[in-house]
Design a protein around this ligand. Sequence first.
Ligand SMILES: Cc1ncc(COP(=O)(O)O)c(C=O)c1O
Length: 401
Amino acid sequence: MTRPGHSSRQSPLDALADEVLNDIRERGTYRRMRVLGGLQAPRMQVDGRDVLLFAGSNYLDLARHPEVVDAAARGSRRWGCAAGGSRLITGNLECHEALENELAGFFDCEAALAFNTGYMANVGVIPALVGEGDVLISDELNHASIIDGAKLARTEVAVFRHGDVDSFAETLERVRPDARRILVAVDGVYSMHGDVAPVAEIVKRAHEADAFVLLDDAHGTGCLGVRGRGTAEAAGVLGEVDILMGTLGKSIGSFGAFVVGSAKLRDLLVNTARSFIFSCALAPAQVEAARVSLRLIDEESWRRHRLAENSERLRNGLARAGISTAPSTTHIIPVVLGENERTMAVCEALLERGYYAQGIRHPSVPRGHARLRITPMATHDESEIDGLVAAIADLYSQIAE
Ligand SMILES: Cc1ncc(COP(=O)(O)O)c(C=O)c1O
């Protein structure tokens, strides 16, 4: 018998792959995965080349912290490498409950529930809260997982202009008379723009209309706010967001995600969020690592201060070189270059000079808005930031000529 992929004729599956991939290549958006080597740190090997990393989401550099790594190892030794089941069957270990209690305390909320990824949290939470007859009001630049969650929910979606409170208010008024329930979803920090949602205004207006708010703070958690509680804390509405989602795989340096809110919300999600119910629980190593990181976010506040300083130094340095990073006010710093080819050429040229800042193309950003997405870390030093600025400025002046 001929194994699939080994016959001389082209299989229908290969024909399908060719058709789709050729189309992607023609549009200039073909992607391949780079291979990274070495410990998670500001300096790593990318495709075998030693570079400074300005492309990750391990913003606080906690993923290699000795206490975090020790906790992961201890977790594996104590409970094993797998949770061994879904939470509602055999996978609800003491460490999951402990993490959730600590997350609830960290965010001053009644309860928390862990999910396996931020993507799974959004595609689980949204259908648990809204469906046919309801409306999801969504910022036009919301993350793909919110868009996919809305598709699974089969709810009506009303999109408002990015970050625009007036557009949000108009949308709310328009859908209000006919909607059974309204869920408002926004990212805290926009992952390709680095700007921050007007969370306080959105929460206020949503609550006036009896709508509830889902804040996806994948990139704000641990980084923004006086105590690192994220975008809601920075906006002064930490206790007011109905459903606060954050990830454990970015600034927290582990893996997974969580939702915090009321005890009733947790109970509802345990009973109805399909991505929670029908999936194996997080591995103990990840859970224990996240628990230690939460403590370190309090004990090592210098990390988020240094992240903010490094981000500001980078934005200011690029501005002095005449390079806009608008609308970023955070540690996600875009330099919009427009065309795909030009963006990927600058990305490659930077790699040759020893810096990895990822080029981002459609569909992650709108067509014609390809960009370098630069993400400094808390532990880059000033000379590393300045070196990157000089390299980008030099390449930028070459393409401007
Ligand atoms: C805004 C936002 N939400 C959700 C996610 C998904 O989180 P995770 O990587 O844990 O699936 C991401 C990931 O990049 C994100 O940027």
